[in-house]
Design a protein around this ligand. Sequence first.
Ligand code: AMP
Ligand code: ZN
Length: 458
Amino acid sequence: MTIQLHDTLRGSKVPFEPLNEGRVTMYLCGPTVYNYAHIGNARPAVVFDVLARLLRRHYDLTFARNFTDVDDKINAAAIESGKPIGEITERFKRAYNEDMGALGVLPPDIEPCATDHIGEMISMISALIEKGHAYEAEGHVLFDVDSNPDYGTLSKRDLREMIAGARIEVAPYKKAAHDFVLWKPSTPELPGWDSPWGRGRPGWHIECSAMAEKHLGNTIDIHAGGQDLVFPHHENEMAQSTSAHDGQAFARYWLHNGFLSLDHEKMSKSLGNVLLVHDLIKQIPGEVIRLALLSAHYRQPLDWSDETIESASRMLDRLYGAIRGVTVSDAALRAAEPPAGLLAALEDDLNTPKAMAEFFSLARSLNKTTDAATREQLAAAMLASGQLMGLLQQDPEDWFAGDVEGELGSEEIEALIEKRRAAKADKDFTTADAIRDQLLAAGVRIEDGPDGTSWRRA
Ligand code: AMP
Ligand code: ZN
């Protein structure tokens, strides 16, 4: 078994080898806790949860996902709502874990909070100053980008191009326009900590470098996050950590997920098209959202629409439908393994669409088989696969009962559509129209097309 992962730094897919045999460390940049997570924020949490589950099959994994609980956006939210900062961050930390839990994301081993690591950040900043990689200026500490010749290698950016393209006003205390903040002064009403440079607060990038060092060591195996973090966040993390550790590699593999768009538009507050997981899980089972997030390869863009949700829901109907009514003994479950094809797909840079195809092939075999023992074996393999991907974790009866919840379930809808088709074939248009109205009243919109009738919840 060799896991292949696409490493952003090398720019290619490479065999994964941890620094220490048998052990793996992974760090995922977590949320800034000042509001609810949107569906795009859930993508890294879900895809790297699958990676964590896969790695745990072979390695002793230590997985850290942080909370950024000190940030100017949090300060702004506190001022706007008139609530204390701690109340806001606690509320949204809890909400994040509840929402991700609803999507089947297992808790990571460590969930460090930035505010619990100010001492470590101050130590790292002091070391950077001492080693000539950072300087103090007017209560700020800045990272001296020119002191790190490798700066720009992760995001493949040329520093000169960046400077030429920058139209921002340069703070007078900076030696160079591209130097970034490690520490900045706080006014009395803002959160602040005493430091050798006066009362202040950390820059965002140093938070992750300090937390990764404290919990996972100088060199971590995998560093993950969304592709928007490559620059400047991860470029800056890498510069800080390698400079503080005298050139030791910071992360052996950098993994970045692609972006999720909503009906082909960028999700943004100003466009008013931000879908919060918190709201979505009240309407759609978390498992449907999870599968929808895994339906595209993690490095590809993923467009979120009613169709994405509908198709994931139908996929789960098929998977649960296959195992429904098959009794699987504990012994069979313990002995079960996901099929080799599914494992190979996940081990190939987390190819979840291919893994799902393998999953369906298993379901098809099960549906075709009549021998009870073979059916039990196949159902057990499906459950083992489900465990690896965080799917099929509920009783099939609960799944089919669950999507009724005051509404028509998918199976009932399909049955009504079939009845309507038969009525239309018999030229009984009164019945056909009555069924359409019945579906519409239940909030289900149908559409007749060349390939038959499709439906969606209105
Ligand atoms: P933030 O709280 O904005 O730092 O985001 C938390 C995580 O969500 C980061 O890993 C981001 O890269 C990721 N992220 C934010 N927006 C999207 C999106 N639309 N699609 C995929 N990932 C996203
Ligand atoms: Zn980070």
